[in-house]
Design a protein around this ligand. Structure first.
Ligand code: WT7
Length: 648
C-alpha cells in the first residue's frame, strides 16, 4: 500500500461486527444483488406491513424517481422508541449534557422518551397538525428537540429543522418555503455561556409569515419573552398532555423530514428524506461504521440542525436502541477540555466530531486532553470536510492513544448517511482518506468535461455515484425539476456529488473539495451566492463576489470582494457594518472573514465574473492566475492583487 496505513488491531477486528473478510464478501454481495442485500437489511427495522418490493430506481434525466421498500408501511418513531420498550425500557436512550457543566446532566430512559414524545405528539395534534403537515423546529440542543422530531414522525408530520444559529430572515424563508403550520422554538438557547434569543428571533421571522402559523415555545432558561396570540407554552401543554399517542401508519416513501442546504445558487434547497429507506440506512451505518455494541455510550457532537444530528444523534442510534449523548454546549466552554471531560464523565465509547473542532482544540495544547481519562473510547469519527493529516495524527495519538480506529466518514445532506468510510474492524486507514465505499455504494470518478468514467485504479476527477442506496434524498421540496437538474443532468445516469475526488493505487478515495460554488466553513456548507446576495442587498453595495480561501482552523474562510456604490467611501466602519449585515441576513456562520474593497471585479467581455482569478488572489497565489486573455479590463486584477487581504 502507498502512504502510511493504520490497520485495525487483531483484537479490535476479532470483536468487531465487520472484519476485512466480511467487508469484502458483503460488499460484493451488495453490488451483485442489491435487491437481495437490501431486502435482508430492511429487516433491521420493524414494519407494520412488510415490503415485497425493495429497490425501484430510475436515474434517467427527466424521469428521475427513487423508491425503496415502496409497498411497506412503518412508523419511524415506533421504531426508535416503542419497539425497545419491552427489553430496554429502563435503559438510557439519551444522555443530555447541558451547556454549563455545573448544571446536572440528564439521563432519559426509553420509557421516558416514549412518554415525552407522546406528550409532544399530542400537543401537536391538538394544534391541528396531522399527516403530511410541515413543522419547523428552531431549538437549542435540548431533549425537546429529539422529542419534537420523533413526535412529528409519530403523527406523520414532516419536520424541517432550522439551525439555531440562523437569523430571523433565514428562519422566515424556511417557514414560508415549507408552508409550515407550526414552529417549535424555545425562549433562549444557552451556548458557550451566552444566550441566543430564539423566541424573539422567531417573532421577527413570523412578521413575514402567514398569521395562521402557530408558535410552540419550550421553556429552557425561563428568560423573558413577549407573548402573542399565536404563541403556546409547550412545556405547560406537554405536562398536561396524555402519555400515549398511537403512531400513524406511514408508507416507506412518505417524507420524514426536509432539511435546507446550500447549493451553487442563491436559494438553499429543501432536501427531502423519506421514512423506510432512510431509517434502514441510518441504523445500519450507525451500527457498523462506529462498531456500536449493546451497552456502549455513543456521542456525536453535531447539532440537530444539520443532517449529522438527524442521522447520527437521533434516528440511527435510537433505531438501534443505543445510548446517544446530546450536548448543548461548545468544545471550548468553559475551556478547551470540555469535550474530553464529557467523554470521561459519561464514559463515552464512540466519539464523532468535525475536523474544525479538532484543529481548534489541537491549537490549545495537549494538556486539556491529557488531564482526562479517555480509556473508555473505542472508535473516533470525523465528518464534514477533509481532515488534514496533522489533525488526524493528533486525534489518533493524543485523543485515541493510538488504540482507537479513526473513521473519516464522507457523506452529504443529500445522502442521508455515510457513503464512503472505513469500517473500524475492517479497513486499514490512511490519514486524510475516507478510504472505501460502504455496502451498496458504487463511487465512480468521471472526467469533468467529457463525463467519461475513468476506469483505471488511479484516477482524479469529479465524484459521482452509480446507482442508488436507501438513504438517498428523493427530491427537492416542491421542485423536483431542480432536483433532477442539480444532481442528474451534468453527468447522465449518475448521482453527481459536487465533490472532486482522487483514487489512489490502492483504490482508496480522497475527497479534494467541492467543484461547484459551495464552500465549507467550519464544516458548515454555504453557497458563495448566498453570501453575495446578502451583500448586494445592502444599500451601499453595488456588486459582490465571494470565494473560499484556506483557513487554518475553519478549513475554508469567507473572502468577499465588494464594489461600493458610486461615491461611497470604503471605511473600517462600513466593513464592520457589512459584517454585521451578513450576520443578520443569514447568521453568524456566514460572516465574511475578509472583505476587500474592489473598485471593479474581473469580468469576461460578456460580463461573467472570473471567479478562478478571485480564488487565486484570495489564496495569495496570484503568481499563477492562468489565462487572463479574456478579461475585459486587465488593470482591475492588478489593483486586486495590490490590495489583497490574505498575505499568509
Ligand atoms: C459536503 C457535504 C455529511 C454531514 C456533514 C456535511 C464535505 C463531508 C467529508 C469528509 C471530505 C467531506 C464534502 C461534501 N464533506 N464529509 N469526511 N471528507 N469532505 O454535510 O453540509 O451536506 O456537506 O461536505 O464536500 O460534499 P453537508
Amino acid at each position: 500500500m502507498s502512504d502510511k496505513t493504520y490497520p485495525p488491531s487483531a483484537e479490535f477486528s476479532a470483536n468487531a461486527h465487520i472484519d476485512a473478510a466480511r467487508y469484502k464478501d458483503m460488499y460484493a454481495a451488495s453490488i451483485n444483488d442489491p435487491d437481495a442485500f437490501w431486502g435482508e437489511q430492511g429487516k433491521r427495522i420493524d414494519w407494520i406491513k412488510p415490503y415485497t418490493q425493495v429497490k425501484d430506481v430510475n436515474y434517467d434525466f427527466g424521469n428521475v424517481s427513487i423508491n425503496w421498500y415502496a409497498d411497506g408501511t412503518l412508523n419511524v418513531s415506533a421504531n426508535c422508541i416503542d419497539r425497545h420498550l419491552a427489553n430496554r425500557g429502563d435503559q438510557t436512550a439519551i444522555i443530555w449534557e447541558p451547556d454549563d457543566p455545573n448544571d446536572a446532566a440528564r439521563h432519559i430512559t426509553y420509557r421516558e422518551l416514549h412518554e415525552n414524545t407522546c406528550r409532544m405528539a399530542n400537543v401537536l395534534r391538538d394544534l391541528g397538525v396531522g399527516k403530511g403537515d410541515r413543522v419547523v423546529l428552531y431549538l437549542p440542543m435540548i431533549p425537546e428537540a429529539a422529542y419534537a422530531m420523533l413526535a412529528c414522525a409519530r403523527i406523520g408530520a414532516i419536520h424541517s429543522i432550522v439551525f439555531a444559529g440562523f437569523s430571523p430572515d433565514a428562519l422566515g424563508a424556511r417557514i414560508n418555503g415549507s408552508d409550515a403550520k407550526v414552529v417549535i422554538t424555545a425562549d433562549e438557547a444557552p451556548r458557550g455561556g451566552r444566550k441566543t434569543a430564539l423566541k424573539s428571533n422567531t417573532d421577527a421571522a413570523l412578521l413575514h409569515c402567514d398569521d395562521r402559523v402557530k408558535c410552540l415555545v419550550v421553556k429552557r432558561t425561563g428568560g423573558q419573552t413577549t407573548w402573542t396570540d399565536r404563541d403556546y407554552d409547550c412545556t405547560a401543554l406537554m405536562s398536561a398532555a396524555a402519555t400515549e399517542c398511537t403512531p400513524e401508519e406511514m408508507n416507506a416513501e412518505d417524507p420524514l423530514f426536509i432539511l435546507y442546504t446550500s447549493g451553487s445558487t442563491g436559494q438553499p434547497k429543501g432536501v427531502v428524506h423519506t421514512s423506510g429507506g432512510y431509517l434502514v440506512y441510518a441504523a445500519m451505518t450507525q451500527e457498523l461504521v462506529f462498531d456500536y455494541h449493546d451497552g456502549d455510550v455513543y456521542w456525536c457532537t453535531a447539532d440537530v440542525g444539520w443532517v449529522t444530528g438527524h442521522s447520527y444523534i437521533v434516528y440511527g442510534p435510537l433505531a438501534n436502541g443505543a445510548t446517544t449523548l446530546m450536548f448543548e454546549g461548545v468544545p471550548t466552554f468553559p475551556d478547551a477540555s470540555r469535550f474530553w471531560q464529557v467523554c470521561e464523565k459519561h464514559k463515552v465509547n464512540q466519539f464523532y466530531t468535525a475536523p474544525t473542532a479538532l484543529r481548534a482544540l489541537m491549537g490549545q495544547g495537549n494538556s486539556f486532553v491529557e488531564k482526562c481519562d479517555l480509556s473508555d473510547l473505542k472508535v473516533l469519527g470525523t465528518v464534514g470536510e477533509p481532515i488534514n493529516p496533522e489533525a488526524w495524527n493528533w486525534y489518533n495519538e493524543v485523543v485515541g492513544k493510538g488504540r482507537c480506529p479513526i473513521v473519516d466518514t464522507w457523506w452529504q445532506t443529500e445522502t442521508g448517511g455515510h457513503l464512503m468510510t472505513p469500517l473500524p474492524g475492517a479497513t486499514a486507514t490512511k490519514p486524510g482518506s475516507c478510504t472505501l465505499p460502504f455496502f451498496g455504494v458504487q463511487p465512480v470518478i468521471l472526467e469533468p468535461t467529457t463525463g467519461a468514467e475513468i476506469t483505471t485504479t488511479e484516477a482524479e476527477g469529479v465524484l459521482c455515484i452509480k446507482d442508488s442506496w436507501p438513504g438517498q434524498m428523493r427530491t427537492v421540496y416542491g421542485d423536483h425539476e431542480r432536483f433532477e437538474k442539480t444532481y442528474f443532468s451534468d453527468y447522465k445516469g449518475y448521482y453527481f456529488t459536487g465533490d472532486g475526488c482522487r483514487r489512489d493505487a490502492d483504490g482508496y478515495y480522497w475527497i479534494t473539495g467541492r467543484v461547484d460554488d459551495v464552500i465549507n466553513v467550519s464544516g458548515h456548507r454555504m453557497g458563495t451566492a448566498e453570501v453575495e446576495s446578502a451583500l448586494v442587498a445592502h444599500a451601499k453595495v453595488a456588486e459582490a463576489a465571494v470565494v473560499g480561501y484556506p483557513h487554518d482552523i475553519k478549513g475554508q474562510g469567507i473572502y468577499a470582494y465588494v464594489t461600493l456604490m458610486n461615491g461611497v467611501e470604503p471605511t473600517e466602519e462600513l466593513r464592520k457594518e457589512l459584517e454585521k449585515w451578513v450576520r443578520t441576513e443569514i447568521g453568524p456562520i456566514a460572516k465574511p472573514d475578509l472583505i476587500q474593497w474592489a473598485p471593479g471585479l474581473p469580468k469576461t467581455r460578456s460580463g461573467k465574473i472570473m471567479r478562478r482569478i478571485l480564488r487565486k488572489i484570495a489564496e495569495n497565489d496570484y503568481g499563477a492566475l492562468g489565462d487572463t486573455s479574456t478579461l475585459a479590463e486587465p488593470a482591475v486584477v492588478d489593483d486586486l492583487i495590490e490590495n489583497r487581504m490574505n498575505r499568509s
